[in-house]
Design a protein around this ligand. Sequence first.
Ligand code: 5AD
Ligand code: SF4
Length: 461
Amino acid sequence: MEKETNYARFSTPATTGRGKRLYIETYGCQMNVNDSEVVTAIMQQAGFITTDNMSDADVLLVNTCSVRDNAEQRVWGRLEVFRLQKQRRPDVIVGVLGCMAERLKEELLENGTVDLVVGPDAYRSLPKLVAGAESGQKGINTLLSREETYADIAPVRTDKNGVTAFVSIMRGCNNACAYCVVPYTRGAERSRPAKTILQEVRTLLQNGYREVTLLGQNVNSYCWKEPGAPDNGTVTFARLLELVALLDPSLRVRFSTSHPKDMSNAVLYTMAMYPNICNHIHLPVQSGSNRILEKMHRGYSREHYLERIAKIREIIPECAITTDIIAGFCSETPDDHAQTLLLMRKVGYDAAFMFHYSERPNTKAARQFLDDVPPSLKTRRLNEIIALQNQLSLASNQRDTGKTFDVLAEGNSKRSDDFLFGRTSHNKVAVFPKAGFKPGDYVRVKITECSSATLIGDVVK
Ligand code: 5AD
Ligand code: SF4
């Protein structure tokens, strides 16, 4: 397959790295995966070569997540491993990127392992900071920007399957959910110019990719107006989705994440109109209790959420719906928790990401509310939520048994090289015999068995 062409344009001299090796690890959300690809592009442009082997590398970077405490703890663990590398090879440069860099700033430099701290809007300065660190100067850049979208940088794809890719369409978040650290670590919301998004997707298509996921913290509020264009030239998310879908009918289009308060009918009608826009909406509810939703500052009620679900089902009857749920938010009562379980049953989610509440420093919840649900109770409630979701996921997969789906093959199945795995339009993983197919092919698969996590099927010729 043709290699991704890097058309990054920025002022870093192309010789900073001069063949030095870069190793990068990524934690957290899909946004971070895409950011690491942007970082790789910036570093390659500056002359670095990437390696998968940390003991080979001159520069070790870790792209981090702060959304829950355990995500940060994992990174501290990795920094211990990097410290050992540095003990053996004192010239190695260690850098922390992403949300933890933005949140902790200088504090990260204190333990002596870390040379660089670079926040999500400052990646263009990385080559310069690395050069400074090589001459013994620890570097920090955690400036947040109102404009930076890395719009001109073609991410160097690290997903390796060559079939599916993430494309950032916006950065930051203007919501202020009481529990969430993201608005502090990723700054204000800004949309990326539509033209550059379309160009990036065209390049992906030329390079053989068959699926893109448009990414943003709140994609429904995407809005781009080309300077000088008339007002009716404003590109909303619904329009962007349409423009991407129109690029090629064989390109699958996904998006994440939608905020229930901004999920418009226009997006639903666009999804219904284009068969290559996948029938899947990730609509994080967080809680089923109005009292908790208000305290979380989510900007919608249980009733509004259920009305949106009803509208999705009306306009796209076959749409998969998934969600995020937080168990044990401040002051959550047994009744609030019961409301969450009831709502889950009512919606019948196809899948969910479920977490216990983790207090994040300086958020509104940390400043104003008591984290008063004891850890053991949070765990018990979370386990109940997970057990219910397992039942719902199994029921959803059982409903698919006997049906035939178009599956986009992504790679060999974990259990055997004689099988491929891929995803249905509903974003469910399906495993099926290879039967001469390869990653990137669309395969008609009839589902014969399932678990709560996977569909298993046969190829229909
Ligand atoms: N504690 C637990 N879960 C959280 N999330 C965000 N912040 C927290 C927190 N402080 C979850 C939300 C969000 C997902 C990305 O992470 O469910 O939708
Ligand atoms: Fe955090 Fe809420 Fe923004 Fe999502 S919408 S990133 S949960 S503040």
